[in-house]
Ligand binder design. Structure first.
Ligand code: SF4
Ligand code: SF4
Length: 436
């Protein structure tokens, strides 16, 4: 496990320039379609919601430094500020000094907890439930019902591909799991799901509970070790396996990993898949932070870490990152009839849905305010549909639309200009209807 102390050198690169507070940092002349969305725009959900320095990443980096230098003691107050962050990574995209901002924040949370401060109430509940042998998931659902949604092949060790469903797909957004399994069948994959799968550990790692995280990581690595490929529909599970398991276990993964969107993209590129049915909707695309930005950032980082010539490779790294961000857009462009209307903050500069990093459970008001801000940005494009590829983003956006509708009923005001009429749609669900 990488400790905060081991990240000391990375944290020391912070010059407190505060570029990380703004999407399109360093692009003051960037033009948007509307006056509201133009130029450099604040992009940190925590900083925007709470409104003071400690909640922005620039403040968090300095708190981490003060903690490392014994100038700031471990306390519940420090943990509360450190935990109020969706770990979205917008700040990491902006930092001119290549600071792994989210990694530092997560390590700070862990260091404070390891110094004896109790995890915050709701976060502690994640750990208790994931450790409970009757549950092994943060939703307090029975472990024996993890694969209840699925009528297909379970625990088949003769196949080489497994679908890692994740707790949200297994217990909350089962339609996403259903559509994913259906797509995999249509694409010709011989796959299974495993009844011994447990929580990927993302909510535990993000909130600083590394002991429980280590237990579930080791369990999952054991359960899936004989497969060649693991496929994911959840952005958080995918990022956790792809980026965090190797760092936290100190070993490369014993299998390949892919998000379903990557699979569909590859098959389209190879000409092995054609989408013939129409989806005649005005659509805006929301990049899930964990499967798009964090993977894009990791691709860039992996090139730079192996570089012997930064000057040359920095360009190649940025190009590879940019190409990754195009991937879901290429999938959307392959759908006949779709009209893609991009929001202002997209790709590495995307604005978070507000749910991640333990925020939805512990800081539900911030999660809701962030989702509403994103819905407003989506509505400003004139699209009728907001589409994404993460069950947790779907949950938070759906909650925001519900709250806006309720507000309309209570006040009698039409709130369609801020997103009350938007349809929240999962890409896999649409693809399943369009692929034969
Ligand atoms: S993290 Fe990077 S962008 Fe943010 S204040 Fe520090 S040096 Fe500046
Ligand atoms: S990860 Fe996101 S919420 Fe956290 S400090 Fe950075 S921009 Fe703000």
């Amino acid at each position: 496990m990488v400790t905060l102390d081991e990240l000391r050198k990375i944290n020391a690169r912070c010059i407190h320039c505060r570029a990380c507070q703004y999407a399109y940092s360093g692009e003051p002349d960037k033009e948007g379609e509307t006056e509201e969305y133009t130029g450099m725009l604040q992009g940190c959900p925590a900083g925007i919601y709470y409104g003071w320095e400690g909640y922005f990443n620039s403040g968090k980096q300095w708190m981490a430094r003060a903690f490392l230098n014994d100038e700031l003691p471990a306390s519940r107050e420090l943990l509360e500020v450190a935990e109020a962050c969706t770990t979205c990574g917008m700040c990491e995209t902006q930092c001119p000094n290549y600071i792994d901002t989210v990694h530092v924040t997560e390590a700070l949370r862990a260091a404070v907890i390891e110094s004896g401060v109790e995890p915050l109430d709701k976060h502690k509940g994640f750990g208790t439930r994931v450790r409970d042998p009757e549950m092994k998931n943060p939703y307090a659902e029975p472990f024996t019902e993890r694969t209840k949604w699925y009528s297909g092949d379970v625990d088949n060790k003769d196949v080489k591909v497994a679908y890692f469903v994740g707790c949200t797909g297994a217990y909350r957004q089962q339609h996403v799991a259903d559509h994913t399994a259906s797509i995999l069948k249509k694409l010709g994959f011989d796959f299974t799901v495993m009844s011994e799968e447990v929580c990927c550990g993302s909510p535990l790692l993000r909130t600083g509970q590394r002991d429980v995280f280590r237990e579930v990581m080791e369990r999952n690595l054991e359960v899936f070790k004989d497969f060649d490929l693991l496929v994911y529909s959840c952005a958080g599970c995918y990022k956790t396996f792809r980026n965090d398991y190797p760092t936290m276990s100190g070993k490369p993964l014993p299998f390949k990993v892919k998000h379903t969107v990557d699979l569909v993209y590859e098959l389209l590129q190879e000409g092995k898949l054609k989408i013939n049915k129409d989806y005649a909707e005005k659509v805006t695309w929301h990049d899930p932070c964990h499967s798009i930005r964090h993977v894009g950032l990791a691709i860039k980082k992996e090139i730079l870490e192996n570089s012997k010539n930064w000057l040359l490779d920095e360009r190649a790294a940025k190009k590879a990152e940019a190409e990754y961000y195009e991937m879901p857009r290429e999938v959307l462009r392959a759908i006949p009839g779709i009209e893609l209307r991009e929001m202002y903050r997209i790709k590495g500069d995307s604005f978070c849905c507000g749910a991640g990093g333990g925020v939805k459970a512990q800081f539900s008001d911030m999660a809701m305010a962030t989702a509403k801000e994103r819905m407003k940005e989506a509505a400003s494009t004139g699209a009728d549909v907001i589409m994404t590829s993460c069950p947790f983003c779907i949950t938070n956006f759906s909650d925001a639309v519900k709250a806006l509708k309720q507000q309309e009923e209570e006040t009698g005001k039409d709130l369609s200009d801020v997103g009350s009429k938007m349809k929240v749609v999962e890409l896999l669900e649409v693809l399943d209807q369009l692929i034969e």
